[in-house]
Design a protein around this ligand. Sequence first.
Ligand SMILES: NC(=O)c1ccc[n+]([C@@H]2O[C@H](COP(=O)([O-])OP(=O)(O)OC[C@H]3O[C@@H](n4cnc5c(N)ncnc54)[C@H](OP(=O)(O)O)[C@@H]3O)[C@@H](O)[C@H]2O)c1
Length: 338
Amino acid sequence: MAEQNRQVLLKRRPQGMPVPEDFAIADAPLPEPGADQVLLRGIYLSLDPYMRGRISGVRSYAKPVEIGDVIEGRVVGQVARSRHPDFREGEYAFGGYGWQLYSAVDGAGLQKLDPAEAPLSTALGVLGMPGFTAYLGLANIGQPQPGETVVVSAASGAVGAVAGQLAKRAGTRVVGIAGGPDKCRYVQEELGFDACLDHRAPDLGAALDSACPKGIDVYFENVGGAVQQAVFPRLNDFGRMVMCGMISEYNDTAPRPGPNLAAVVRKRLKIQGFIVSDQRHRHAEYRAVAAPLVREGLLKYREDIVEGIDSAPTAFIGLLQGRNFGKLLVRLAPDPTR
Ligand SMILES: NC(=O)c1ccc[n+]([C@@H]2O[C@H](COP(=O)([O-])OP(=O)(O)OC[C@H]3O[C@@H](n4cnc5c(N)ncnc54)[C@H](OP(=O)(O)O)[C@@H]3O)[C@@H](O)[C@H]2O)c1
């Protein structure tokens, strides 16, 4: 076991796109687990777009990370020491304890993982919060019907890949939007979307017109900005916008001008936001649907794994620029199950 902990702290609040200097990386003493706590040694750290909001200091649905704090994040790890009756050394567990190698966490806040059921890393991606987000957004808001057309942005990413595949399983025509030809090829050929459009290529609007000849019934919104502007006018009557995220606007320093919403009335559109944690009690329901599909290769996923805690800030900045290709994870230590 390493003698020391290592942590990534918030040094200052980013202005616009974060830069490496906004973060500090430092060694720290190994934490001592208290009564009913577990010392967890991290194996995979999840990097997710929502962390941009947490480090901005803006009031939101969750508490911000304060200057000098360890950056928040979910981790899959192995029990290094246990003072909790339900956990034994060597077991695998998952919890939210931030960008660091070790943490002493309450056993009550940890969830045990069985590596025989699914690869450990999937608890942070396809079977974890991002996959569950896709499931909830479609089930509660998108409600795709057979024969409809569903458009999914950030389609090769952790949420988008699952949203598109589930929509396809519901009998719809699914059109992805992703950045660059490699991601688009993957979305179409590997994930089985009917088409995938490159938002970096000129004239996304014309590309949508030819990929969605019957218009768009459901838009699973992950990026906002120019992509949203191209999709919105192409929504059909009674179209639904699943407002999951708008990553292209997370580094804005001023609010963008509001949209013209006249079409919402004319077309009877439904635009609804959601936060996955609102219905965290349904995660087991999602796992029961998704885990067998993953095992049978019917729900595909891709992971983009960077090495070592020190690479977390740069990898996170890359996520905000579209440099990740699949669910972005940091390997904190070798995975003994792989
Ligand atoms: N509502 C909720 O509870 C909830 C929960 C989880 C996630 N989310 C949201 O879901 C979205 C996707 O998250 P994820 O974890 O699946 O991330 P991800 O898709 O794995 O990674 C982010 C992707 O966003 C795209 N992107 C970044 N900057 C962009 C820009 N300026 N314009 C267009 N695309 C850009 C990039 O893909 P391309 O290269 O393809 O452009 C990038 O790879 C995010 O908006 C996130 O905030 C919401």
